[in-house]
Design a protein around this ligand. Structure first.
Ligand code: HEC
Ligand code: HEC
Ligand code: HEC
Ligand code: HEC
Length: 496
């Protein structure tokens, strides 16, 4: 686990755009365009991968200047000095030789992490030929899809006329310009899937905890990207946050389903419950530092139970409720199966794997249906113009989501778990950036920074140690300041 889980957002460059509202009333998708129940772009197509070097010739993607169209390989490729901006994916293989990996190997009984399939599945292009092309790390095919079928097709006439779905179905090309297809792909490595996971054994051996939030991962200050987003702000970042919430939870639910199925089948190696799917700081916390943390209006889990995937559950309700604001023609989904899954997971400290597997399957189907609708809306209108005021609505709902009233009417945190607090905060930070940062919403600058500071891990620590009753009261006050800001500027509240 690393302190970098919570990187601060002050430095985001933002495109402000004064624009018209996309909105209108939320509506059901048009009858003629009944969306598929499953989004395209889930998992990896079964075609062969080609080495990253095949994309890097100079007339193709290996042009000279970093950041130019046609220089994607040059921009991605490893740099010697990784303190400056670089693409972290280009060094994903090399880190398998570093001190942390070597120590992990010792603790886990893995002789050579750089040869271990478990590690290579996420730190290189899985199944690439020739085998030594794994040294490229997370190369082009990891995100753009295995190029066996599309390598020659993608510069041939007619390619641009294909729909995103055809590119995926017929060629195995991941249409990364669609945020749903893109984020599902990121989540495969950054959350995990049925075939790839960072479990608690890996974490306890030193692997950083995976905590994916799409908007923050797109804005990582050191990440030198080889593309410029085509979606104008604020729609880009608001959409990325919404889609990221859905995609991360979808990946978590699918991972839970796979783990539960293995446990239900009696696989002795399948840990149950798998700790990495539960709220880390419910177990890893200091005892006896004053009042107990849990007060007032708690989330829907019983006392003393670690929550299931608090990280990806805490703010998803806001994304669901407000998605019609940035996806025209979409109505808010009712995430009933997800709510039921949280209940099943909270029933006991070791819920029945069979019951969990069944309910997780339903939750995945429900999230897929939502993602498919968002995906179709993106394909219909890939560059929407929405009013910056939309970001305010999201922040208003996120602060409401973080706070609750206790039985005496006092404002308390709705959930004291750091993951829940950070999820709501990161949503606010993404909205701040979407709305133009300091230029667009000068009044938010100070409250965003103050809240971020309260949640940041103490120097030298890899966890929010010291977040006791007093610290939590400070976080509550931080969210309240935001809430008051909106009262003052009389933003529309409640359901859109
Ligand atoms: C499910 C995918 C997945 C698997 C499996 C996986 N990793 Fe990772 N690993 C990641 C991701 C994603 C990151 C970046 C995490 C972040 O910063 O959010 C990472 C980060 C790391 C880092 C920190 C890199 C740095 O720059 O400091 C090390 C070291 C590492 N992994 C080693 C390993 C080893 C060794 C294995 C096999 C035993 C392994 N990983 C298996 C996905 C994975
Ligand atoms: C971590 C995932 C990832 C990796 C690895 C990756 N890409 Fe991309 N790439 C993206 C995303 C996301 C986009 C944005 C898509 C869009 O808006 O159309 C993109 C865009 C592009 C574009 C379009 C650029 C533009 O301005 O429209 C090209 C060309 C491209 N990538 C080539 C490559 C090549 C070549 C490699 C390997 C050297 C590579 N990519 C590796 C994720 C990735
Ligand atoms: C094939 C697996 C894979 C895919 C797909 C993938 N990543 Fe990564 N990503 C990694 C690994 C492994 C690392 C750690 C690399 C390192 O530290 O050396 C990483 C690191 C990162 C980091 C740096 C994290 C940190 O804490 O420093 C960011 C940001 C990131 N990825 C964003 C993305 C985004 C956005 C996408 C989708 C467009 C994506 N990744 C797709 C495997 C993947
Ligand atoms: C259900 C309780 C529980 C949950 C949830 C849990 N852990 Fe653990 N964790 C443990 C136990 C028990 C150990 C073993 C402690 C020991 O070896 O002394 C441990 C060990 C660790 C270690 C090694 C510590 C050391 O110094 O050896 C790390 C790091 C860690 N956990 C991180 C995490 C992270 C990150 C999460 C969330 C993704 C998490 N844990 C979730 C119970 C839990």
């Amino acid at each position: 686990m690393r302190a970098s889980v919570l990187v601060f957002f002050g430095v985001l460059a933002v495109l402000a755009s004064a624009t018209r509202q996309s909105g209108g009333q939320p509506a059901r998708p048009a009858a003629n365009g009944t969306p598929p129940a499953k989004p395209y772009g889930t998992g990896m197509p079964a075609f062969a991968q080609v080495p990253t070097a095949s994309c890097g010739s100079s007339p193709c993607h290996g042009g000279g200047s970093v950041g130019q169209v046609g220089s994607e390989h040059t921009t991605w490729a490893p740099v010697v000095n990784t303190d400056g901006p670089h693409d972290p994916h280009a060094k994903a293989y090399r880190v398998l030789f570093n001190e942390t990996s070597v120590r992990m190997g010792k603790l886990l009984g893995i002789a050579a992490p750089h040869k271990e399939a478990l590690c290579l599945k996420c730190h290189a292009i899985d199944n690439v030929r020739p085998a030594d092309a794994v040294a490229d790390g997370v190369g082009c095919g990891a995100c753009h899809g295995p190029a066996e079928k599309w390598l020659e097709a993608h510069y041939a006439p007619g390619w641009k006329g294909l729909s995103n779905k055809q590119k995926w179905d017929d060629y195995g090309f991941v249409p990364t310009d669609n945020l749903v297809a893109r984020s599902l792909n990121c989540a495969g490595c950054h959350v995990g899937d049925a075939d790839r996971e960072v479990n608690h054994d890996l974490i306890a051996a030193g692997h950083p905890r995976l905590a994916f939030e799409a908007a923050r991962f797109h804005a990582a200050p050191q990440y030198r990207k080889h593309w410029v987003e085509k979606i104008p702000q604020p729609a880009f970042e608001v959409r990325t946050w919404v889609v990221g919430q859905a995609a991360a939870l979808r990946a978590s639910a699918d991972l839970l389903r796979a783990r539960a199925e293995r446990a239900a089948a009696g696989d002795e190696k399948a840990a149950w419950p798998e700790f990495s799917g539960l709220a880390c700081y419910s177990c890893h916390q200091t005892i006896g530092t004053g009042d107990i943390r849990r007060t007032g209006g708690q989330a829907d889990r019983p006392v003393g139970r670690p929550g299931w995937e608090v990280w990806s559950n805490a703010a998803v309700g806001v994304a669901a409720e407000l998605c019609p604001e940035v996806f025209a023609g979409v109505s808010a989904p009712d995430l009933r199966a997800v709510t039921e899954l949280r209940k099943v997971m909270g029933k006991s400290t070791a819920p029945s794997p069979k019951a969990v597997a069944a309910q997780a399957g339903k939750a995945v189907a429900e999230l897929d249906a939502w993602l498919a609708i968002l995906q179709a809306a993106e394909d219909r209108d890939p560059a929407p113009r929405v009013s910056p005021a939309v970001a305010r609505k999201f922040v208003a709902r996120l602060t409401d989501n973080a706070l609750a009233k206790d039985k005496d009417g006092h404002t308390v945190l709705a959930d004291h778990d750091w993951d829940a607090l950070a999820a709501n905060y990161l949503g606010c930070a993404a909205m701040y950036s979407a709305a133009g940062g300091k230029a667009g919403e000068p009044g938010w600058a100070e409250p965003v920074k103050a809240l971020g500071d309260k949640l940041r891990f103490p120097a030298g620590k890899d966890s929010p140690s010291g977040l006791d009753r007093k610290g939590l009261d400070g976080v509550r006050d931080g969210f309240q300041r935001f809430q008051k800001l909106f009262d003052a500027t009389s933003v529309t509240r409640g359901k859109p």
